[in-house]
Design a binder for this molecule. Structure first.
Ligand code: OGA
Ligand code: MN
Length: 296
């Protein structure tokens, strides 16, 4: 039978009673149980969440019943909410109180989507990597979920970087790539960004996470368009090879949503993608994002 001291030693974060962390996959992700996000979160509980987030990169809370206010209050513990880069005239959301809240939904009223990113599959990406200070964390809360598909896959970009051959690391360390978002696009194929119109920003292909100090790859299939200072053909071939390397199952956790899930992910060291789902079923999630720093 374990003594009190040995069981304490296996839980060094001194988690408050009933709060515990359960890894979700070998690649990344952990569920935290025993926290009701509608209630004030004390410092001890918050530090368990923050430590688990740094270690596991994606955090899941299940069975939450969250108002918009609850979600915003929790997110603000991690930093300032990020405003929406999309011009107000291009936003679909009318039924939200905070201008920073985005609905991710295929529901349509009078033929118009009530939210953003409405339909089907989406390739791997990092949120807002096309602006100067991309999102640090994204908080996505499930309100309506289809019976099949619409899963979100998360990818560990520390592990993807660490597993690169040394000669590829040498080729990309210190290099920059242009990231661009063609609004509404969910796959690279067929994209042809117009740099006068679509938001874009050049960032390092390998970034250092400001908290962990670890290196992570910072390129993705949906939004990283080309490598600076490289011929088009060479840039396209290297990016393709990187995307294929990155998108290996061993780096991925596949999340199947349940109503009441709140997921928090770190855009500085993970990517995410969405699987296809039927347009006959409704999908509604509520999202907010906290602002990050300029990658280095
Ligand atoms: C997002 C996003 C994926 C999903 O909200 O940034 O990519 O599963 N969502 O809807
Ligand atoms: Mn996204």
């Amino acid at each position: 039978m374990p003594s009190v001291s040995s069981s304490a030693a296996s839980h060094p974060a001194a988690a408050p009673r009933g709060v515990d962390v359960h890894p979700l996959s070998p690649a990344l992700g952990a569920e935290i149980r025993g926290v009701d996000l509608t209630r004030p979160i004390d410092e001890a509980t918050f530090s368990v969440i923050a430590d688990a987030w740094r270690e596991h990169l994606v955090i899941l809370f299940r069975d939450q019943v969250l108002s918009e206010e609850d979600q915003v209050r929790f997110a603000q513990r991690f930093g300032a909410l990020q405003g929406r880069p999309r011009p107000a005239s291009m936003r679909a959301e009318t039924a939200v109180k905070h201008p920073e809240i985005m609905l991710v939904s295929n529901i349509r009223e009078n033929g118009k989507p009530i939210g953003s990113l409405p339909d089907g599959e989406m390739q791997f990406h990092s949120d807002m990597c096309y602006i100067e200070q991309p999102a640090k964390g994204t908080f996505l809360y499930a309100i309506e979920i289809p019976s099949v598909g619409g899963d979100t896959h998360f990818l560990n970009m520390y592990a993807a970087y660490d597993a690169l051959p040394a000669e590829i690391k040498a080729k990309i360390d210190g290099r920059q790539a242009v990231n661009v978002f063609q609004y509404g696009s969910t796959s690279r194929e067929g994209n042809n960004p117009d740099f006068d119109e679509h938001p874009h920003y050049t960032h390092p292909m390998v970034r250092t996470h400001p908290d962990s100090r670890r290196k992570a790859l910072f390129v993705n299939r949906l939004m990283t368009w080309s490598i600076e200072g490289m011929e088009d053909a060479e840039s396209a071939a290297l990016l393709d090879a990187l995307f294929d390397h990155i998108e290996q199952p061993k780096f991925i956790y596949e999340h199947k949503w349940r109503v009441g899930d709140l997921l928090l992910w770190d855009n500085r060291c993970t990517l995410h993608a969405r699987t296809d789902f039927s347009d006959k079923e409704r999908r509604l999630l509520r999202r907010c994002v906290i602002q990050g720093d300029k990658p280095y």
